[in-house]
Design a protein around this ligand. Structure first.
Ligand code: FES
Length: 181
């Protein structure tokens, strides 16, 4: 054994070239560091999930809303308002919506959204003598048939609500493009 190796062995208590053993201090710092990291991740993951989860969820479609007794619906369109519950991410709201509801020549009940397809004003039924038995929009003069078909100004027919009749009541569901006009 060389003098250098002897000195090394005496000074450090180990042979040169062998692996250094972990000191007590290192062991404690690794253990505590690892445990701390594990605990931090344990807190962070639920927080991230809490923040991001609602954004990843699909928007909840409104449930059916009971609007009016079936017996009140005739061939003449009538306006009804109703509230829906909306959940969009973290935002929940209960907006009030409106519908013109009537029966067609076969007695089938249908409901139209009063929002004009030109620029979004509200249409009224049969309130302009020039356009008898039509929906008329006071903003720029769009008018529509009773089925919601666009006759002037507006580029599309009025949207329609899903409709179902159950136990003598009319229920309205989500809006969709007009299928009647
Ligand atoms: S918004 Fe209805 S005609 Fe323009």
């Amino acid at each position: 054994m060389s003098d250098h190796n002897k000195i090394n062995e005496e000074q450090h208590g180990k042979k040169p070239g062998t692996k250094r053993e972990m000191s007590r201090r290192q062991f404690l710092s690794y253990t505590l560091g690892g445990a701390g990291g594990f605990m931090a991740a344990g807190m962070l993951v639920p927080m991230l999930r809490f923040a991001v989860d609602p954004v990843l969820q699909p928007k909840k479609e409104s449930d059916w809303v009971k609007v009016v007794e079936e017996s009140q619906i005739t061939a003449e369109p009538k306006s009804f308002t109703f509230q829906i519950h909306q959940v969009d991410g973290w935002y929940e709201s209960d907006p009030e919506l409106a519908a013109w509801i009537s029966k067609d020549s076969n007695g089938k009940i249908f409901a139209l959204n009063p929002t004009c397809k030109h620029l979004g004003c509200t249409v009224n039924w049969n309130d302009n003598p020039e356009y008898k038995n039509q929906y008329f929009c006071p903003c720029h003069g769009a008018h529509y048939t009773q089925d919601g078909k666009n006759l002037a100004v507006a580029p599309k027919p009025l949207d329609e609500y899903d409709v179902k009749v159950e136990n003598g009541f009319v229920y309205l569901g989500p809006l969709h493009a007009n299928t009647r006009a």
